[in-house]
Each structure stands twice: as structure tokens, then as C-alpha cells.
Ligand binder design. Structure first.
Ligand code: SF4
Length: 182
């Protein structure tokens, strides 16, 4: 099986999810978010087709890594190949994060006709969902580009049948200013 990638595997990243991670850059994205920082990944014919077997060999060389991130491009446009990679990572105790321009709810709708999406989600630990919205661009939301994007605990969400965000990354309640009278 092959996967279309925009760049070779990034082996050491600390900005694409928690801890030390490798990143798979899928090629092809249908969302066209204005001001996308990776416009070269939109075409579904650019990039390079890479054999999953070769990618697995590269994953085998990872040491001290916490996990692997599926990014893009749009990983949910190459579900079967991403599932193969995600399963392989789980078998090697590498946690899996995935970026997608789809909302979790959209993926659940799609899964009615594409059941592999559920299988892929079952092998993802954290899903960062939603399109990049320039109006909500923020440097204050870790691992995300805009405030609408959520870091979703996928296993809890599938279990409970509703979106469960990772509370570690939820916005903190505003600090109340208290007047001190002396
Ligand atoms: S989903 Fe990501 S890669 Fe696709 S257009 Fe939006 S920001 Fe760019």
C-alpha cells in the first residue's frame, strides 16, 4: 500500500503534539482554508507516493519518541494508508495524534458510508480538528493555529458518543481581579 506525502518523515518535532514526535505529512487537502500555511500540500497529484513498508522501516528507527503525528494536507483523505500507519505506531507504543480540517462531527457523519474512518479514529489518541480560521488565529492555543480547533480525546469521545476535549488544553478560566483593601 502507498501513501501520498508532501515531504519526508520529520523525525524530531516538539510542535506537532505532546512530547517528542515524528510527523507524517500527507499530500492533498480539499479545505482551502484562507491563509493556510501549507498551500503546497493541497494538490492531490503533487508530492510523492511512498510505500508504507518503507515508512514503517523509518518508524522502526525512532528512539525515545512519545509518538507520531499524522498531518497534512488532510490525513482523512487517505484513510486506509493512515490507518495502517496508526496501527503500526500503536503496536510499537507510539501514541498517535492527527490533524484534520474536518470537525469530529463531520467525520462521524462520513463514517456512516466510510466505516474505516471509525477504525482510524480508534487508533488515534488525540485529534486536532477543524479548519484553520484566520479570524480566530491565535498563538495562545498550544499545537493549534486558530481558536476554533479542538484537541479531542478520541477514545473518550467514541466511548461517550460526544466530543470530549483534552482538559489539559482547554482555555483556563479568566483570573478574577480581586481588590485588596488595606
Ligand atoms: S485543513 Fe490544514 S492543510 Fe488543509 S487548507 Fe486548511 S490549514 Fe491548509
Amino acid at each position: 500500500m502507498k501513501i501520498r506525502l508532501s515531504s519526508p518523515l520529520t523525525k524530531d518535532s516538539i510542535v506537532d503534539g505532546e512530547g517528542l514526535r515524528a510527523v507524517v505529512w500527507t499530500q492533498g487537502c480539499p479545505h482551502n482554508c484562507p491563509s493556510c500555511h501549507n498551500p503546497q500540500t493541497h494538490s492531490f497529484t503533487a508530492g510523492e507516493l511512498v510505500d508504507i513498508k518503507d515508512l514503517k522501516k523509518e518508524i522502526d528507527t525512532l528512539t525515545d519518541h512519545d509518538g507520531l503525528t499524522l498531518s497534512g494536507g488532510e490525513p482523512m483523505e487517505q484513510v486506509e494508508a493512515c490507518l495502517e500507519i496508526a496501527k503500526y505506531c500503536q503496536s510499537k507504543n507510539l501514541n498517535v495524534w492527527c490533524y484534520t480540517g474536518y470537525r469530529f462531527e463531520e467525520l462521524m457523519m462520513r463514517s456512516k458510508t466510510e466505516p474505516l474512518i471509525i477504525e482510524l479514529l480508534q487508533n488515534i489518541d488525540r485529534l486536532i480538528d477543524g479548519r484553520f480560521l484566520i479570524a480566530l488565529k491565535s498563538f495562545e492555543v498550544p499545537f493549534r493555529g486558530s481558536k476554533n480547533q479542538r484537541i479531542i480525546d478520541v477514545k473518550a469521545s467514541l466511548e461517550l458518543g460526544r466530543v470530549v476535549e483534552d482538559d489539559k488544553y482547554l482555555p483556563k478560566a479568566p483570573v478574577r481581579e480581586e481588590k485588596i483593601y488595606i
